[in-house]
Design a protein around this ligand. Structure first.
Ligand SMILES: CC(C)[C@H](C(=O)O)[C@@H](O)C(=O)O
Ligand code: SF4
Length: 470
C-alpha cells in the first residue's frame, strides 16, 4: 500500500502490535506479554483451570507474589487465619501449575506493582495484566497495563490472550513544571480533584508534557498508579531515556544485541504528530503546591495551604452531598485550615509511594528529627528489595531514630487485608492511593499525601509540608 501510515497514539501502537484476532463488531483479542498474580484475585481462576482440566499456557510469562495478606512485622508467621489460607492457597496453586512465585521471605517478594518493574519484567510496549486495579502503574513504562477481573485472570492463564473492547484514548497534557518540593503525588491528586473520580472513565490515558518528561520512573509510576482513581483504564507515559536507563541491566531486561533492538523499537513508541485522542484535558501545574485529600475519595482534595471546604460552595448537587457525607465521616469542620488537622498514624508505603525514592524523600525530611509523641509512623517498603536497598543506604536507621516503625514489605495499611489497620476513629496521613471509608480499617479516616508531606506530618503531628519544619 502506498502513502503515509495513519498517525497513531502510543496506546494504539501498543494495541495494534498485540491484536491476535479482529472482527467487525467484536472485541479484539489481544496477546498478553506479562501476567502478574497475587493471592487475592487468583484462587477462583486456578479453581476454574482445575475444573476444566486446563493448564497455564505460558508459565514463563506468568509470575506471582504475595503482598496483600502478608504480615509486615515478621517473615515467618502469618498469624491471621484468613490471610494464611489465602497465601497458602496461592503457594499451592503456583506449585501445581508451575508458576514462579516470590513468597514471603524471598528477596523479590513485594507489592506486585513494585516487583514487576524492579525485576525488569515490566517493559515498554508490552501488554501487562493483573487481577488488580493498580496494574495501571506499569503504564509508566509505555506498557499497556490494566487490571482485570478473576474470570479474565483465568482466561489469560489458560490462553495468554484477552478479548478487549475497542480502545478509547485520552491525553492529559500537563502544562508547566513542578516547583521544588512539589511531587508526582501532588500532581496526580490535583489532577483527580480537577477532573473528578469519573473524569477518565474507560479511557486509556497518556500523560504528556515537560513535568512528566522530567519525572523519574518512580514519579511516573506514582502518576500512572492513580489512573484508576479517576476512572481511567490505563495510564501510559511514552518511554524515553529515563525509562531505558531504569530498565537496563535488570534481571529480565533484554541484554546485548537484543537490548539494542528492543530500545530501537521502544523509541518508536511515541504518539505521532497529528494523532487524534478521543479526549484531551489540560492540567496546569505551574502554581501547584503540596496537595492533600480531605474527603473519602481521591478527588476530594485541596492544597495543603487551604481549609476544609464548605459543602455549600460546591456548584453541583452531587458534589455538595458527597462533600457533606465525606466531612461527617472524616469528622472535619468546614473552614478548618488543613494544617490544623491532627493525625494519629502516618503510613509511608504502598505501590503508589513505597519505592526507594519515596523512602529517601521521607528520610531526608526525618533525618535528625522526631516523630511527634502523638503519632505512630509505619514505614513499609514496597518490596523486600526496596527494603534491602534502603538498609544499604542506612535509611532504616533514620526512620527508627526518628521513632518510626521499620517494617517488612507488603500492601500493609494501604488496605485492611492484614493486621496493619487503623482503629475506628483513627486518622492517618497515608501515601497510598485510596481514602475510601474503612479502607485502612473500619472507621479509619485517611488523608492521601506525598511521602514528603507524610514525613513532615509525622514530625508536626498535624498535616504539614517539609517547608513548615524549621
Ligand atoms: C485486592 C485487589 C483486588 C485490589 C485492587 O484491585 O486494586 C487492591 O489491590 C486495592 O488496591 O484495592
Ligand atoms: S499497595 Fe495498595 S493499591 Fe497497591 S496493590 Fe496493594 S492494596 Fe492495592
Amino acid at each position: 500500500m502506498v502513502g503515509e501510515a495513519r498517525p497513531r497514539t502510543l496506546a494504539e501502537k501498543v494495541w495494534d502490535a498485540h491484536v491476535v484476532r479482529a472482527a467487525d463488531g467484536e472485541p479484539d483479542l489481544l496477546y498478553i506479554d506479562l501476567h502478574l498474580l497475587h493471592e487475592v484475585t487468583s484462587p477462583q481462576a486456578f479453581d476454574g483451570l482445575r475444573l476444566s482440566g486446563r493448564t497455564v499456557r505460558r508459565t514463563d510469562l506468568t509470575i506471582a507474589t504475595e503482598d496483600h495478606n502478608t504480615p509486615t512485622d515478621n517473615l515467618l508467621t502469618i498469624s491471621d487465619p484468613v490471610s494464611r489460607l489465602q497465601i497458602e492457597t496461592l503457594r499451592r496453586n503456583c506449585e501445581e501449575f508451575k508458576v514462579r512465585i516470590h513468597s514471603l521471605g524471598d528477596a523479590q517478594q513485594g507489592v506486585v506493582h513494585v516487583m514487576g518493574p524492579q525485576l525488569g519484567l515490566t517493559q515498554p510496549g508490552m501488554t501487562i495484566v493483573c487481577g488488580d486495579s493498580h496494574t495501571s502503574t506499569h503504564g509508566a513504562f509505555g506498557a499497556l497495563a490494566f487490571g482485570i477481573g478473576t474470570s479474565e485472570v483465568e482466561h489469560v492463564l489458560a490462553t495468554q490472550t484477552l478479548p478487549q473492547p475497542h480502545l478509547k484514548t485520552m491525553a492529559v497534557n500537563v502544562v508547566g513544571e513542578l516547583a521544588p518540593g512539589v511531587t508526582a503525588k501532588d500532581l496526580v491528586l490535583a489532577l483527580i480533584t480537577q477532573v473528578g473520580t469519573g473524569g477518565g472513565r474507560g479511557h486509556v490515558v497518556e500523560y504528556r508534557g515537560p513535568a512528566i518528561e522530567k519525572m523519574s520512573m518512580e514519579g511516573r509510576m506514582t502518576v500512572s498508579n492513580m489512573s484508576i482513581e479517576w476512572g481511567a483504564k490505563a495510564g501510559m507515559i511514552a518511554p524515553d531515556e529515563t525509562t531505558f536507563a531504569y530498565v537496563e541491566g535488570r534481571e529480565y531486561a533484554p541484554k546485548g544485541e537484543e537490548w539494542e533492538r528492543a530500545k530501537a523499537y521502544w523509541a518508536s513508541l511515541r504518539t505521532d504528530e497529528g494523532a487524534k485522542f478521543d479526549r484531551e484535558v489540560t492540567l496546569d501545574v505551574t502554581h501547584l503546591t503540596p496537595f492533600v485529600t480531605w474527603g473519602t475519595n481521591p478527588g476530594q482534595g485541596a492544597p495543603l495551604g487551604a481549609s476544609v471546604p464548605d459543602p455549600a460552595d460546591f456548584a453541583e448537587d452531587a458534589d455538595r452531598v458527597a462533600a457533606q457525607k465525606a466531612l461527617e465521616y472524616m469528622a472535619l469542620t468546614p473552614g478548618t485550615p488543613l494544617r490544623d488537622v491532627a493525625v494519629d498514624v502516618v503510613f509511608l508505603g504502598s505501590c503508589t509511594n513505597g519505592r526507594l525514592e519515596d523512602l529517601r524523600a521521607a528520610a531526608e525530611v526525618l533525618r535528625g528529627r522526631k516523630v511527634a509523641d502523638s503519632v505512630r509512623m509505619l514505614v513499609v517498603p514496597g518490596s523486600a528489595s526496596v527494603r534491602a536497598a534502603a538498609e544499604e543506604e542506612g535509611l532504616h536507621e533514620v526512620f527508627t531514630a526518628a521513632g518510626a516503625e521499620w517494617r517488612f514489605a507488603g500492601c500493609s495499611m494501604c488496605l485492611g487485608m492484614n493486621p496493619d489497620t487503623l482503629k475506628p476513629g483513627e486518622r492517618s496521613a497515608s501515601t497510598s492511593n485510596r481514602n475510601f471509608e474503612g479502607r485502612q480499617g473500619r472507621g479509619g479516616r485517611t488523608h492521601l499525601v506525598s511521602p514528603q508531606v507524610a514525613a513532615a506530618t509525622a514530625v508536626v503531628g498535624r498535616l504539614a509540608a517539609p517547608a513548615d519544619l524549621n
